[in-house]
Design a protein around this ligand. Structure first.
Ligand code: ATP
Ligand code: DP6
Length: 416
């Protein structure tokens, strides 16, 4: 090994994803092996993503990690499993310019520094663990010159958080549950890339950005132990739905896509209710959003928007196209206007150019919106939604080569 002065770094950016056929329940808790396949759509990293810098240096005396600027422990089993698996695949690295040579066997002794930043709330039901673990594994694989492809890396990210395996790809992604006891065939594959169905528009209603009461991990463990509906779902319902969903995505059949997405979200929450003690992830605002979309889809004759909810009250709304998204925004802003002192540009974030299409420039335009005709006696619930994020299906992980975007200092390897 060269002198004890160098620091080698890699920075990557990884998207989050939202399942349209849900993963809920493990058959192996340690390896994180699911009881059914799942399918997700990757969200545009321009609006929701994790940035992670990983560094190695002979001067580091222990593995350390900083999440959103605060040091956290890496001693947890999930971090340890990911680090062990990726270290086992590390290869020789040589950078003649910097005088760095790391032999394969050196990786066992060398320590790592990791700094990660989520550009959205952590542990608030917006899948920070998915983007986070995918980014960690993706960046480490590059740092360590591992030769595995993204599907193989997904099987490592899976051991950090199940849903993380689906964040190794853009577009629509399937997590194949696999059969092997060692989990080697439980990995993600890309169904289609983000260009395949690029007219879809996604609006997330952040109903609460507080940390949730029952984590996904605990919730699904309780469901596996107590819910009969979960067993029926995994065995009888999901396998058929996966096939139908793959067809709907391949054919860009929005009617079928929306019907399957909504039904699967509702069944996942029914499993939560069927769990003992029951788990309530959605709240009154979530239910009002469902009702608003259902009434509109019904009156339009064909589905305009699909809704899906993860382990929290936030709604992820997938609109057929820009026109449907514009109408959706008008309906949502009528039903859930911002509190009077709010600034519209911080109430609707992400790609908020949709506001312009909707003819909304300021709060006065929101106040003047007509009630959605399909909702009888539509109520206005000010302040029930914290904010909206407008986004779309997006690409998979990418490296950031510009050192100024690194989260660690290139000389000290400590957070900037
Ligand atoms: N950028 C990151 N890098 C590594 N680990 C992360 C990162 N962000 C979050 N995590 C891990 O994920 C945990 C949060 O996961 P949790 O499942 O509770 O919330 P979530 O993923 O935001 O919500 P959900 O999975 O329900 O959508 C954090 O405590 C941390 O351990
Ligand atoms: C409701 C879900 O979002 C559950 C996600 O669960 P996690 O992947 O967060 O759970 P662990 O594997 O225990 O880390 C549905 C989904 O993403 O498929």
């Amino acid at each position: 090994m060269a002198e004890k002065t160098w620091v080698r770094m890699v920075t990557a950016q990884t998207p989050t994803n939202i399942a349209v056929i849900k993963y809920w329940g493990k058959r192996d808790e340690t390896l994180i092996l699911p009881v059914n396949d799942s399918i997700s759509v990757t969200l545009d990293p321009a609006h929701l993503c994790t940035t992670t810098t990983v560094a190695v240096s002979p001067s580091f005396d222990q593995d350390r990690m900083w999440l959103n600027g605060k040091e956290i422990s890496l001693s947890g089993g999930r971090y340890q499993n990911c680090l062990r698996e990726i270290r086992a695949r590390a290869c020789e690295v040589e950078d003649k310019e910097k005088g760095i040579k790391i032999a394969k066997k050196d990786w066992e002794k060398l320590h790592l520094h990791v700094a990660s930043y989520n550009n959205f709330p952590t542990a608030a039901g917006l899948a920070s663990s998915a983007a986070g673990f995918a980014c960690l594994v993706f960046a480490l694989a590059k740092l360590m010159n591992a030769k595995e492809d993204n599907s193989e890396l997904s099987a490592i990210a899976r051991q950090g958080s199940g849903s993380a395996c689906r964040s190794l790809f853009g577009g629509f992604v399937k997590w194949i549950m696999g059969k092997a006891e060692d989990g080697s065939d439980s990995l993600a594959v890309q169904l289609v890339d983000e260009k395949h169905w690029d007219e879809l528009v996604i609006i997330i209603a952040v109903v609460s950005s507080r940390q949730k009461e029952t984590s996904s991990t605990t919730g699904m463990r309780d469901s596996v132990e107590t819910s009969l509906l979960l067993q029926h779902r995994a065995k009888e319902v999901v396998p058929k739905r996966i096939k139908q969903m793959e067809e709907a995505i391949k054919n860009r059949d929005f009617g079928s896509f929306a019907q399957l997405t909504c039904a699967d979200s509702n069944q996942f929450h029914a499993v939560c209710l069927d769990t003992s003690p029951p788990i309530f992830y959605m709240n009154d605002t979530s239910h009002r959003i469902i009702s608003c979309v259902e009434k509109w889809n019904c009156s339009a004759g064909t589905p305009q928007v699909a809704y899906t909810f993860d382990a929290g009250p936030n709604a992820v709304l997938i609109a057929h196209n820009r026109k449907a998204a514009t109408q959706l925004m008008q309906k949502l802003l009528f039903c859930f206007p911002p509190s009077s002192d709010a600034d519209l540009n911080s109430y609707v974030i992400g790609d908020n150019s949709i506001l312009k299409d909707a003819g909304i420039e300021d709060i006065k335009d929101v106040e003047a919106l007509p009630p959605p005709p399909e909702i009888k006696d539509a109520q206005r619930c000010k302040g029930d939604v914290s904010y909206f994020i407008c986004t779309k299906p997006g690409r998979g992980p990418a490296f950031l080569s510009d050192e100024s975007q690194a989260l660690l200092h290139p000389e000290t390897g400590l957070p900037k």
